[in-house]
Write a protein that binds this ligand. Structure first.
Ligand SMILES: *Cc1c(COP(=O)(O)O)cnc(C)c1O
Length: 360
């Protein structure tokens, strides 16, 4: 079996042992005589799967009891509308920090529902840094403050949690979910699509403080009202059953690794290897502000588009796939989520060194 090293930004690699377990359980899940793909979402067997997944989330992320953990569909992008519909409900104002395309999309969507204000943006320098903000930058009347914690496309990550005082803070953590510990208590809501670091595509996990629920706009579609889903323990309608099962396997794997501290240590090691190489290479460069570098998504360029193309072609042939940068930025990007083994990073660096030697 020849498996490639997949540096995709998402959907992305899953741990090999998780895939093997899913394969072994594919035809007969724990003696039930059925696959999880075929199972009723109202069955006892599935109920245990979704409850276990939630319990593991709570344990691994240290989520307090006054937060709901919801398993939803529609991707992170659907939440761009659901968040204002549910939470832009008192003064109909919200503050946005725009540090990339995903934050910008969320900001633009929210403008349909109220006075969304762009507090700061790093668009002036192609989103290559994170603006520094203090409590005074935010409108105390805002119903919430919104930001994207890790910018998947540009390879930046907030090195701090914005101090917003008593204003509810909401963050899109799609591409840094479960990559390191997060102090959940600082947030009114954390959410993300599963396909970056948690499971196959199809699942969106939302962690919401209970006091936020119950004030959605009247026009909010039932399916986008977080209270509907919270009251029904994510089983108002058919949830993405198989993806929730895969999520449970990944959470068990994270526990086996030693939890989020251990996962973080491994992620720091991988990212450091790559950044050290880019800082020393004469050919490849990472052009992000150093303090704001992401642990998960690492863009790089040669400065020569033809050479970038050659590198992408040759690296793909060598089994390092999906290194092409986002269509809006060009260049390359290595996404090194939890499941990327350190050997994958070491071998990529060896390959880059050889490419650099052969092409300079
Ligand atoms: C991928 C991504 C999204 C979009 O996710 P979908 O599930 O495809 O809607 C949003 N935000 C961030 C930070 C992402 O990385």
């Amino acid at each position: 079996m020849a498996r490639v090293y997949n540096f995709s930004a998402g959907p992305s690699m899953l741990p090999l042992s998780v895939l093997e377990k899913a394969r072994d359980q594919m035809l007969d899940y724990e003696g039930s005589g059925q696959s999880v793909c075929e199972m009723s979402h109202r069955s006892k067997v599935f109920d245990k799967i979704i409850k276990d997944a939630e319990a593991l989330f709570r344990e691994i992320m240290n989520i307090p009891d006054n937060y709901k953990v919801l398993f939803l569909q529609g991707g992170a992008s659907t939440q761009f509308a659901a968040i204002p519909l549910n939470f832009m409900n008192k003064n109909r104002k919200a503050d946005f920090i725009v540090t990339g395309v995903w934050g910008k999309k969320a900001f633009q969507e929210a403008q349909k529902y109220g006075a969304a204000r762009k507090v700061a943006s790093s668009e002036d320098k192609v989103y290559s840094y994170i603006p520094k903000l203090t409590r005074a930058d935010f409108d105390p009347e805002a119903d919430y403050v919104y930001y994207c914690m890790n910018n998947t496309i540009y390879g930046t990550k907030f090195p701090y949690i914005p101090d917003v005082g008593d204003i509810p803070l909401i963050a899109d953590i799609s591409s840094c979910f479960l990559s390191e510990p997060i102090d959940v208590t600082k947030f009114a809501m954390l959410y993300g699509g599963a396909q970056k670091n948690i499971a196959p595509a199809g699942l969106t996990v939302c962690i919401i403080r209970e006091d936020m629920l119950g004030n959605a706009r009247d026009i909010t579609p039932t399916m986008l009202n977080y209270k509907t889903m919270a009251d029904a323990d994510s089983l108002y309608n058919t949830p993405p059953c198989f993806t929730i099962y895969m999520c449970k396997l990944v959470l068990e794997w994270i526990k086996e690794q030693g939890g989020l501290e251990a996962v973080k240590a491994n992620n720091v090691k991988k990212a450091q290897l790559l950044y050290d190489y880019f800082d020393s290479s004469r050919m490849f460069k990472n052009i992000v502000n150093k303090e704001d570098r992401s642990l998960m998504n690492i863009p790089f360029v040669t400065g020569d588009e033809e050479l970038d193309k050659k590198f992408i072609k040759e690296s793909t042939e060598a089994g390092f796939i999906n290194l092409k940068g986002h269509r809006t930025t060009g260049g390359m990007r290595a996404s090194v989520y939890n499941a990327m083994p350190i050997e994958g990073v070491e071998k990529l660096i060896e390959f880059m060194k050889a490419f650099e030697a052969a092409n300079s």
